[in-house]
Design a protein around this ligand. Structure first.
Ligand code: ZN
Length: 689
């Protein structure tokens, strides 16, 4: 059945999505007609000789693009949560066209000229800061795509982009091929000691499939990781460690092929990135990477990483000393070899901090967790969250509204349980973004989606503590979207928020899952109704911070290496392994063997979007911990971190403003100063004695 666009429920954008009526067959005609409308608007405006203004140029494009974004967003959402063959087909049928359209929009030089005309015209100074930021962001996007280069240099710029894309793709293919090529056959059952049953069974199956007798292990995570953590056989661990550490490298490890060596690709990628940066007028690629990010300059990030390293290193040394002593005295492993580290750590963790995840789960029934979460949000922001009604895509989905003083602020869907048709993981996405229209405010709507176990055998669902943390995390993203007070779409909610700051509100919420006051209130044993015992909570806390020093310096090693590689490093005259050795001398306590080729499989920065951006993980953690510390400082003396005055300030300075001003400005407005690393160290148990 085809539906004419005029009557399609997917084109009814007057309110909540019509999940009761929308069908996969609606996608193609609706999205086609919206693409067409937006394309027409763009074509009309790009050739319009009149001086562009916000009202005559930006707004019409924004309106059409909002309609397309919302309708297409529903298709994207349904593809993620109801991945039936029909939805998959409907989504895939339109995906290339939509992707191509947006890519072309970003390269449209006539539009670039129009935005420039607004930026240089008299209207610019009269625009609100949020609107000026939208114009600035548009210009920045065009510039970083090479729009301002002289015409004779554009082909080279384009060639660099294409070459980098194919080198990145080749890089990850090499890692994948090398990972898949290796196998190790165990023929004596005695060599399997320590491994979990399911891992042994999988290894047996892999051997059978390959027509071999015995147990076959490989370098993919579900095989490699358990061997490193649990296998009592030191030689088995060593064999896999050596193979893993030398993937896609020049070293002959018995299974690799010379054409999988990523070394030359790394050198080429670095040279191309440096060339791109120079063409755009920057000193190095790190500067380019930071332009759209919160961090100001590579030097600022360097300073940040080094400060954290100095503070974390003594704790990493403490962790390592504890591990060495344990390995020597309890496991007879001395010296501690690289392939002993994960194994001994797992044994130490169990000896010191073991508790049963299952036991904790009994205390976290769904209704109690949801009530606890809602209470946290209501107390912090003086809002009320109530069940609401609206069409949903599955009977398990719930719908809520957030009100402040009786006024609707926003609404959200909660889709908690795992389903065969749902994509894995957890996420927040926007259904409607807040903006001001002539008719009034359009309030925001969010999707919160998780993959938790549902109710079984008539009993309510119970969640693990990790599940609860995930729920708080996604709720944090949701509140960023829902509590925005920005009137302009492109910087409203999470839109336009810098990449290295967008995890602040989500990680911030996770902290409440480690607060005794909050946890006590949201736990009740499934049978006895008792709250979680304090002793069990303390064990959870200790386990959370297990080896936090070692983990921190490892992340800092990767971050520093990534950043320095994209600063003054010259691939023509320097070797990246030498740079890594220098970085390790500075921050690492566990130094891998000289033949370890970690960079050759560092896909984050050579085949992902993290080049000169790996620091973002730690950066966002520091921000969220430091923001949470404000609640500790102001709330604890009054008896609870759920401090409303601080909550309302967090709302108005961070959540409310979204992408409408620089994240650093927002942070400073909330905290009264620049971010500091101390809170993260304290929350991770790294407190000087
Ligand atoms: Zn997140």
């Amino acid at each position: 059945m085809t539906t004419t666009p005029a009557t399609s429920p997917l084109l009814d954008l007057s309110g909540l999505p019509r999940f009761d009526a929308i069908q996969p067959a609606h996608v193609e005609p609706a999205v086609r007609s919206l693409l067409e409308a937006l394309r027409n608007t763009v074509e009309r405006l790009q050739d319009d000789p009149a001086v562009p203004t916000w009202a005559t140029f930006v707004e019409p494009i924004e309106n059409e693009s909002e309609r397309l974004g919302r309708a297409w967003g529903i298709a994207v959402h349904m593809h993620s949560v109801m991945d039936t063959p029909e939805w998959r087909e409907a989504y895939n049928a339109m995906l290339p066209e939509v992707t191509r359209f947006y890519a072309e929009l970003g390269q449209n030089l006539k539009l670039f000229e129009k935005y420039k005309a607004i930026a240089h015209g008299p209207e610019y100074a009269t625009l609100s800061p949020a609107r000026r930021r939208i114009i600035d962001n548009e210009l920045r996007g065009f510039r970083l795509s090479g729009a301002e280069l002289p015409d004779d240099r554009k082909p080279r710029f384009q060639a660099i982009q294409e070459e980098m894309a194919s080198l990145g793709a080749k890089f990850s293919e090499n890692v994948l091929d090398a990972t898949n090529a290796f196998s190790h056959l165990v023929t004596e059952a005695g060599d399997l000691a320590g491994l979990p049953e399911d891992v042994i069974a999988a290894a047996r199956e892999a051997a059978e499939k390959a027509g071999q007798d015995g147990w076959r292990f490989g370098l993919k995570m579900p095989s490699y990781l358990p061997v490193m953590q649990y296998a009592d056989s030191r030689s088995l661990r060593e064999a896999l460690y050596r193979a893993y550490a030398t993937r896609a490298a020049e070293i002959d490890n018995g299974y690799s092929k010379p054409e999988w060596d990523n070394g030359p690709l790394i050198q080429q990628l670095l040279a191309l990135r440096a060339e791109e940066a120079r063409m755009l007028g920057y000193r190095n690629f790190a500067e380019v990477s930071l332009v759209p990010k919160m961090a100001d300059s590579p030097d600022q990030v360097l300073g940040f990483l080094r400060e954290l390293a100095v503070k974390a290193k003594p704790f990493a040394e403490r962790d390592l000393a504890e591990l060495r002593t344990f390995a020597r005295e309890q496991l007879g492993l001395s010296p501690l070899e690289p392939w002993d580290v994960a194994y001994a750590s797992e044994k130490l963790r169990v000896a010191n901090y073991a508790f049963s995840e299952q036991e904790v789960k009994e205390y976290l029934p769904e209704h109690k967790v949801l009530d606890g979460l809602i209470q946290v949000v209501e107390k912090l922001y003086q809002v009320s969250i109530k069940p609401d009604t609206g069409p949903v895509w599955h009977p398990d989905v719930r719908f809520f509204r957030i009100e402040r003083a009786g006024q609707l602020v926003g609404q959200f869907y909660l889709d908690l349980y795992a389903r065969d048709t749902k994509k894995g993981g957890a996420w927040m996405d926007s259904a409607i973004t807040r903006r001001r229209l002539a008719s009034g405010i359009e309030t925001p709507v969010a999707y919160l989606v998780c993959n938790f176990p549902g109710p079984v055998g008539g009993k309510p669902a119970t969640f693990s503590h990790d599940d609860v943390i995930t729920l708080f995390h996604e709720t944090g993203h949701g509140l960023h979207h829902l509590l925005t007070q920005v009137d302009d779409l492109a910087v409203s909610g999470i839109h336009g928020v810098e990449w290295d700051a967008v995890e602040l509100p989500s990680q911030f919420m996770e902290n409440f899952c480690w607060e005794w006051d909050v946890v006590r209130e949201m736990t009740a044993h499934a049978e006895t109704g008792e709250p979680l015992p304090r002793a069990l909570f303390d064990k959870m806390l200790a386990a959370k911070n297990f080896q936090s020093g070692l983990q921190t310096v490892r992340q800092l090693e990767f971050s520093l290496f990534d950043l320095l590689l994209h600063m003054d490093f010259d691939p023509a005259t320097q070797g990246y392994m030498d740079l890594l050795a220098e970085v390790r001398k500075e921050v690492a306590v566990l130094v891998p063997p000289a033949w370890h080729r970690f960079p050759n499989s560092f896909t984050h920065i050579f085949a992902g979007g993290y080049a000169a951006g790996y620091y973002s993980y730690k950066w966002a953690e520091v921000l969220s911990a430091d923001a949470f510390a404000a609640f500790e400082e102001e709330g604890r003396p009054k008896g609870s971190v759920l401090d409303t005055a601080t909550g309302l300030r967090f709302w108005s300075e961070i959540l409310a403003v979204g992408g409408s001003r620089p994240a650093l400005e927002s942070f400073k407005a909330f905290r009264g100063r620049e971010p500091q690393v101390d809170a993260l160290l304290r929350h991770s148990g790294m407190v000087p004695a």
